[in-house]
Design a protein around this ligand. Structure first.
Ligand code: PEP
Ligand code: MG
Length: 883
């Protein structure tokens, strides 16, 4: 079995098509090698070996060793060096790489192959003993931490002590001899702490590192990251072993990262950062603030440090050409890592670059114009849920800003919150419903959970490609990175900037679009949607089959949804209208009335209010379909709950508190969700349904007269399980419709349908369809009743189920295809058997969830309906589902 794929010298055994086995990094290195780009030769151990490692009690496959050694032989031939050769040593990097990138989550070992002998040779060949000893100590430090498990702090401490002893401030001030001494101290501490010596045998080093990379697949931060990004544990990570090249061989060497287009704005311009005389991870780690690659970028950032374009024009020109080549080859914006070793450029990584949603839109639209991709591909390039980012607020430009610091605009959007200094505090605050800004010197993968919990992130160190910046962009939360004018004092829990000292709990505002940090809370503006957005949406709309409606109960909701492109209302929950203003009093009069006459008197007062609500909705929707649902919740939801409230309300209504209490007791239910609600109310109190039907038809008449557009109300009966229930309520509605039309002398078309939100209704859909003119799947209730899990109480145990691997997704967020989905399939099929042209839609929360929308397309629903802010997400998801 083939475990190892080699690459280098203009050829490769694998290609970018093999990413499932070679991991993103290995696959793209192979691809670049085949393209003839300068890639240090190497080999990739497939991720299946990682799976094997775990399934066989952390043992590597038997035939792996021979294959790796053969691969190393090839690297030796290509480089003219020998692994472990004391005269011409080959040094290796050992890096992880899974199918999808998990930035910084797993381990890496560099400079592998160094020992007491090879370090001398490295010094000799490079003519730089200082570099050789520095590389050796870096290797011991990394290896000691990653493979041997000694905390890297132990090494940091030794180095800090040495620097203090020698009177040095910077690492760069240490001489070869001084580094050599640090190396001996490092080796000592390993022997002391671990009671084993640091391994001198390069073979032992190699297998130790490979095992450690496989082990890092299961480290807690990688496990958390996979959970957040729904990456299956079975995938495993590949391991790439590659000849080292050095960016830290003096002033003609450098290392850097770049994007072929601007990852924040999408602008077509090379965008990146580099550090002269630095190794590998220095740029990403954010320890030194890097310099711009291009002259334009340098000028933009106002930096006085020279760009790579100026400093190393030849390497820059070659790099620029490679960027263009890779973009055309992959037909996407690339995120690249490179190293320049004494003037010679080496490519170390290429992958699709992470980008803000705004940038993703611009790049997709531009690439269509450039003829690189089709409109459909452009539609597929945008992650629907990322559209949320576009809906982030920005700071009102009219306000005066109290700026207390500034840094890089690392991730767009603005947010306000209390300062916290640790990830743990951020998580705790979120649990209490407080909004916080996570303030750090820099972030690391250990902070992931805190970054998720925060509204925004502020760091005082690091560049646009630092961990904080990359992760925040991915999450779509605002971030200002490398705010060098500010200082974080962790011990005192203070943030100091421009003469202002703030502590934990103080309020700041972060503007991730300008890079500013402001004191206090600042007025925000709601976002506007760009021309690129409109264009992509047009393409999406052209592609999709399902229509997208909105769940809207108020004129504001309806207007917002229209502006986001909703094509009608799929659910108007009429009960929400009864909580507006003083209507609740009239509603309570109706509920507390002791007989039908009393109820009718109150309903007469509610009628004009409902009518005006509906007229407004019909007018806003201007001829688009509007689905109105009959009253659904149990009546006691409208009554006061606590003793004080009961007294207060009773007084205000001029009633005896004792009487009120008795009525409330009489309406008490053990399981209100399964109680006297939905169509059951309309059957017990048909006068309520009558009033609502009258309000709807009278509103339709007046809206039709006012707007001239035909209004076709779709009236929906909730919580039906028996055809008889629907027959009864439909009888009431039809009777009122006839009366209103006769009175108004105007014909109004309308539909009466039902929600399918109980398993019995789904199973008996062919019978119910004899009465129902449409179905709308109420997947909130359908999920609750199919699982027998209360939607209000499930939060107490669903996270436990997820942690224990019993379910992957919360079924109230993402549709349970196998169970609830099966009922939807059955109902759709049986309903259409009776009534082939019947309209089918969904109005539960799942109607705005991208994966659930794919399912709806699959089943052939006619529309999805979701909350206004999710309408763009649904439009895009519906298009992607149709492609
Ligand atoms: C549903 O049950 O899915 C639904 C849309 O109705 P509600 O959430 O109001 O019960
Ligand atoms: Mg429901």
């Amino acid at each position: 079995r083939k475990w190892v794929y080699t690459f280098g010298g203009g050829k490769a055994e694998g290609s970018s098509a093999d990413r499932d086995h070679l991991g993103g990094k290995g696959a793209n290195l192979s691809e670049m090698a085949s393209l003839g780009l300068p890639v240090p030769p190497g080999l990739t151990i497939v991720s299946d070996a990682c799976a094997h490692y775990y399934s066989s009690g952390k043992r590597l496959p038997d035939d792996l060793k021979a294959q790796v050694l053969a691969g190393i032989k090839a690297i030796e031939v290509e480089t003219g060096r020998g692994f472990g050769d004391v005269a011409h040593p080959l040094l290796l990097s050992v890096r992880s790489g899974s199918r999808t990138s998990m930035p910084g989550m797993m381990d890496t070992v560099l400079n592998l192959g160094l020992n007491d002998q090879t370090v001398e040779a490295l010094g000799h060949h490079s003519g730089d003993a200082r570099f050789a000893w520095d590389s050796y100590r870096r290797f011991i430090q990394m290896y000691g931490d990653v493979v041997m498990g000694l905390d890297h702090e132990v090494f940091e401490e030794i180095l800090e002590d040495e620097k203090a002893r020698l009177g040095h401030e910077l690492d760069t001030e240490l001489s070869a001899v001084e580094w050599q001494h640090v190396v001996s101290l490092y080796k000592q501490v390993i022997e002391q702490e671990l009671e084993v010596p640091f391994p001198q045998d390069p073979d032992v080093q190699l297998w130790g590192a490979v095992g450690a990379v496989f082990s890092s697949w299961m480290n807690p931060r990688a496990v958390t990251y996979r959970m957040l990004h729904k990456i299956p544990a079975e995938w495993g990570t590949a391991v790439t072993v590659q000849a080292m090249v050095f960016g830290n061989l003096g002033s003609t060497s450098a290392t850097g990262v770049a994007f072929t287009r601007n990852p924040s704005t999408g602008e077509k311009e090379l965008y990146g950062e580099f550090l002269v005389n630095a190794q590998g991870e220095d740029v990403v780690a954010g320890i030194r603030t890097p310099q711009s690659i291009t002259e334009a970028g340098r000028i933009d950032s106002g930096s006085d440090k020279p760009s790579m374009e100026k400093l190393m024009p030849e390497a820059f020109a070659e790099f620029q050409a490679i960027c263009a080549r890779l973009e055309t080859h992959y037909r996407d914006m690339q995120d690249l890592e490179f190293t320049i070793e004494r003037g010679k450029l080496w490519m170390l990584q290429a992958r699709s670059g992470k980008r803000t949603t705004k940038a993703a839109m611009k790049i997709a639209v531009d690439m269509v114009a450039e003829g690189l991709i089709s409109e459909e591909e452009a539609v597929m390039r945008i992650e629907p849920s990322s559209l949320d980012q576009l809906l982030h607020p920005t700071i009102d430009p009219r306000v005066t800003r109290h700026v207390i610091g500034s840094g890089l605009p690392a991730s767009p959007g603005a947010a306000t919150g209390e300062i916290v200094f640790t990830a743990e505090e951020a998580v705790a605050a979120e649990a209490e419903g407080r909004k916080v800004i996570l303030v750090r010197v820099e972030t690391s993968p250990e902070d992931i959970h805190g970054m998720h919990a925060a509204e925004a992130i502020l760091t005082t160190r690091g560049g646009m490609t630092s961990h904080a910046a990359v992760v925040a962009r991915g999450m779509g939360i605002p971030c200002v990175a490398g705010a060098g004018t500010m200082r974080v004092d962790l011990r005192q829990e203070k943030l100091i900037g421009m003469g202002v000292t703030l502590g934990k709990g103080d309020i700041i505002t972060i503007d991730g679009s300008s890079g500013q940090v402001l004191k206090g809370e600042v007025p925000m503006l709601q976002p506007e949607l760009s021309g690129d957005f409109q264009k992509l949406m047009q393409w999406a709309d052209r592609t999709r089959r399902m229509t997208v409606r909105t769940n809207a109960d108020t004129p504001q909701d309806a207007r917002a949804a229209r502006s986001f492109g909703a094509e009608g209302i799929g659910l108007c929950r009429t009960e929400h209208m009864f909580f507006e203003g003083d209507r609740i009093h009239v509603m309570r009069d109706m509920i507390l009335a002791e007989d039908e006459a009393g109820r009718r008197a109150a309903l007469d007062k509610l009628l004009p209010m409902q009518r005006s609500d509906f007229t407004e909705l019909f007018t806003i929707m201007h001829g688009l379909p509007v689905t109105i649902r009959m009253l659904d919740p149990p009546l006691h939801e409208f009554l006061p709950k606590t003793e004080e409230e009961i007294d207060e309300v009773a007084n205000a209504m001029g009633l005896e508190p004792g009487f009120m209490r008795r009525r409330i007791d009489a309406l008490h239910e053990f399981n209100p969700m399964l109680g006297h609600r939905g169509c059951r109310l309309a059957i017990s109190y048909p006068e309520i349904a009558e009033m609502q039907a009258r309000a709807i038809f009278e509103a339709a008449v007046s809206a039709a007269r006012e707007t001239g557009a035909a209004v076709v109300p779709e009236i929906m009966v909730p919580l039906v399980s028996l055809k008889g229930e629907l027959d009864y309520v439909k009888g009431v509605i039809d009777r009122v419709a006839t009366e209103v039309m006769r009175e108004a002398k105007l014909e109004i078309s309308y539909l009466v349908g039902t929600m399918i939100e109980l398993p019995r209704a789904a199973i008996r859909a062919h019978v119910i369809a004899e009465a129902a003119e449409f179905f709308s799947f109420g997947t909130n209730d359908l999920t609750q009743t199919t699982f027998g899990m209360s939607r209000d109480d499930a939060a107490a145990f669903i996270p436990t189920y997820q942690r224990k691997g019993i379910i992957v997704q919360d079924p109230f967020i993402s549709l349970d295809f196998d169970g609830v989905g099966e009922l939807i399939r059955i109902a759709a099929e049986r309903g259409r058997r009776t009534r082939p042209d019947m309209k089918l839609g969904i109005c539960g929360e799942h109607g705005g969830d991208p994966t659930s929308i794919h399912f709806c397309e699959d089943v052939g629903l006619d529309y999805v309906s979701c909350s206004p802010f999710r309408v763009p997400i649904a439009r895009l998801s519906a298009a992607q589902a149709a492609i």
